[in-house]
Write a protein that binds this ligand. Structure first.
Ligand SMILES: NC(=O)c1ccc[n+]([C@@H]2O[C@H](COP(=O)([O-])OP(=O)(O)OC[C@H]3O[C@@H](n4cnc5c(N)ncnc54)[C@H](O)[C@@H]3O)[C@@H](O)[C@H]2O)c1
Length: 248
């Protein structure tokens, strides 16, 4: 895969940062974006400048997302893979007690952010020497897009919508040579999962037949597979990476 370029949103920590490290180890050049890149800049500081780029980006702002994709294109001359990973979790609150701001925020970051990232990543892929051929979009939904989850109505709605974005991208961009697939991570040991109330973390882990949360690397490995030629006939697939997790 030497020479391929991956753009990863929400790569300041967690699954996205783990993916950035794994892609670098697998001969990708990586463009790392997040609202906050302090940790990523520190942990990736030994990476040569010609292999990595950084840009603070809010995925809900179209001008910033366009600047991010164009910066990746300018620095590396091509964009081959985009991982639409940035996301937030809503407070775990019964639907009837949830303020409407919860769903507005969730749809803005998780849905509009992924929509904008894909829109401008595809433009950058088409402006690459390959004109899009062999390129790949990966959307990051959740096990919350497999079933309903009490207390997580807004998050659940946003992640079901992400599945829809991925399926539509698969149908709409395939003729450029751009594939689109979606990952549904289950419980994964990041700061997002650590923000669950302790009793919910215990209940979720108990619902995983493998008996634990994923290491972020275990999600990143599937992102790497979907980004590259090894998955060349996968388009419009939704891949659960959840250890067999069932509803809690
Ligand atoms: N951790 C889990 O258990 C789990 C399970 C299923 C799905 N996911 C999904 O995986 C993805 C990564 O989650 P994580 O666990 O690494 O979470 P995390 O909270 O550790 O990291 C998410 C990153 O997204 C960034 N981000 C948030 N809003 C942003 C914005 N507006 N613009 C740019 N960046 C923004 C944050 O700054 C953060 O660095 C998310 O889409 C999440 O919904 C996580």
């Amino acid at each position: 895969m030497a020479g391929r370029v991956a753009l990863i949103t929400g790569a300041g920590r967690g699954i996205g940062l783990s993916a950035a490290k794994l892609f670098l180890q697998n001969n990708y050049r990586v463009f790392v974006s997040d609202l906050n890149l302090d940790k990523a800049r520190q942990e990736l500081q030994s990476t040569p400048n010609d292999l990595i780029g950084f840009l603070e980006t809010d995925v809900t702002k179209e001008d910033q997302v366009e600047a991010m994709t164009q910066a990746a294109l300018k620095q590396f001359g091509q964009v081959d893979a985009a991982i639409c990973n940035a996301g937030i979790l809503s407070p775990i609150v019964p639907w009837l007690d949830s303020p409407h701001e919860d769903i507005d925020k969730m749809l803005s970051v998780n849905v509009k952010g992924a929509w904008l990232t894909a829109k401008h990543a595809v433009a950058a892929m088409r402006a690459s020497p390959s004109a899009g051929k062999g390129c790949s979009l990966t959307f990051v939904a959740s096990v919350a897009s497999l079933y309903g989850q009490p207390g997580m109505s807004a998050y659940c709605a946003s992640k079901w919508a992400v599945r829809g974005l991925s399926l539509t991208a698969a149908a709409e961009f395939a003729h450029y040579g751009i594939r689109s697939n979606c990952i549904q991570p289950g419980a994964t040991a990041t700061e997002m999962f650590a923000s669950f109330p302790p009793e919910l973390q215990t209940a979720v882990k108990a619902s995983v037949p493998l008996g634990r949360a994923a290491d972020p690397l275990e999600i990143a490995q599937v992102m790497l597979f979907l980004a590259g030629e090894q998955s060349s006939f996968m388009n419009g697939s939704t891949v659960a990476v959840h250890g067999g997790q069932t509803p809690t």
